[in-house]
Design a protein around this ligand. Sequence first.
Ligand code: UD1
Ligand code: CA
Length: 475
Amino acid sequence: MVRPVKKLAIVLAAGLGKRMKSRLPKVLHPVCGKPMVAHVLHAVREAGCERAVVVIGRGAPEVQAALGDAAEYALQPEPLGTGHAVMQAEPLLAGEDGVTLVVCGDTPLITARTIEAMFDLHRESGAAATILTAHVNDPAGYGRVVRDAAGTVERIVEDKDCGPEERAIREINAGAYCFDTRRLFAALKNLTADNAQGEYYLTDVIGILRREGGTVAAYRTPDPDEIEGVNDRAALAKAQRLMRRRILLGHMANGVTVVDPDHTYIDADVKIGEDTVIYPGTHLKSGTVIGRDCTIGPGCDLAGTAVGDGTTVRYTVAEGAVIGNACNVGPFAYLRPGTRIGDHVRVGDFVEIKNSVIGDHSKVPHLSYVGDAAVGSRVNIGCGVITANYDGHNKFRTEIGDGAFIGSNVNLVAPVKIGRDAYVVAGSTITHDVGEGDVAIARERQVNKPGYAEKLRARALSRKNQANSQSNINR
Ligand code: UD1
Ligand code: CA
């Protein structure tokens, strides 16, 4: 039996990314909610690479913080070129046999399937190196793949070093390579920086291996979109568009209806159950999980939010919230972090909920603020109810027992507890606890003055006439 070769990966992420004109390291720019380099790392792992070394330089601490222990790290102190970057991984990978994949951290669209195809071709061809290439209409900016008369790959020439003939070549180097690990590090020792950019080019290793008598295989991707390298913000927007489309097609294949894919934005790690319908203008951001049979949108912005099954959420902003099954949320609800909503709950228009639990079958249908509260089940919160949870310095909690009824326009001044099945009368400002089954009323008693309306009207009218004659005198 053939022993499977060990697959390793080096991800290049130490470049300056000057063309981005950004304080954020280029490879950390998010594409569909995830840093570019994290997309690359994900593909590399999925393709079966046992070790992944990310070469970091500019913004090294940020890149390392973003990826954590998903990778090993090699520091490139100065960005002297892609070949120099790979050299920095040598101390970590020196003793290794097998095949090393080198990929750029700025090609977020590369897939595990393509990487696997490269590994397969590399093994079958017995080549010293296998490069990923693509035929593109506009090769500007990319290294060109130069083949000999027999069609064998000879070398790669960087855009800035191209003569007119090379410049016309439309087969480009996608920036992903499989190398025999030992031959790679040996060949790197022969690199020079004798080129237009004064850099140590990884691409020169291809010519070196050829001169040593090795062969170079090329896997030409059927989908040139995959190798889109992001060097500036325009390319970032293009990568975003392509990734977005790919993510949406994935959800559709899983049984999700996306009503208008051109106006729906779903981050890479979002999960959505079968038969859920997503309406336009919806952004589902990182960490969001939606159940089955839901209606989401139009106009939702959900981040790190979990939604159960059979729930409808319309025109709603939610962050770090949990919404149960068979709920109806919105339009125009704002759910802030720590909101946990049970099953069969109604949260209606212009309702803000923060750091609060709402029990099953409860209703907060209109114009309320519920903050730092524990609301039981079957509670009805009337229109305009507010938990006054803040004294300018401290936050206080409100507790409302199961089955309680809070009338319209009630202020609950925390800390305060409303007992089970209690009844708080509309317009009350509640500052003391209300016992189980009690009725609380905290407002001025109403006074009626029979027939007084006419007197009041006459008085108002005479004031108006007086004011008019005064202004005539002044004129
Ligand atoms: C590189 C290739 C080019 C290919 C293109 C594909 C070289 C010399 N050229 O060009 O043939 O068509 O990718 O997208 O390899 N990096 C470092 N350290 C450095 C320089 C770069 O880690 O000193 C990293 C960058 O962070 C980036 C990657 O290497 O992730 C590629 O660098 P970049 O400057 O974007 O190379 P390109 O000019 O695009
Ligand atoms: Ca690039």
